[in-house]
Ligand binder design. Structure first.
Ligand SMILES: [Zn+2]
Length: 62
């Protein structure tokens, strides 16, 4: 069985223990302990940067 250690809270996790969530249309795996995103399928750097840019804009205008 594949085991993953969360880089954020260092909890040892089996792949089956990870929580699945769809974020921005992408299936991601979250740490059930601290909800950090561990794996995101089809990570595209440009698209991610755009998402971060929009997130910042929302904070500024809120
Ligand atoms: Zn964690």
């Amino acid at each position: 069985m594949v085991r993953i250690v969360c880089p954020h809270c260092h909890a040892p996790l089996a792949a089956a223990e990870l929580e699945q969530a769809t974020i921005a249309g992408q299936l991601s795996l979250l740490c059930p302990e601290c909800s950090a995103v561990l794996v995101s399928e089809h990570a595209e750097p440009e698209y991610h940067s755009l998402e971060e840019h929009f997130a910042e804009s929302r904070v500024v205008h809120a």
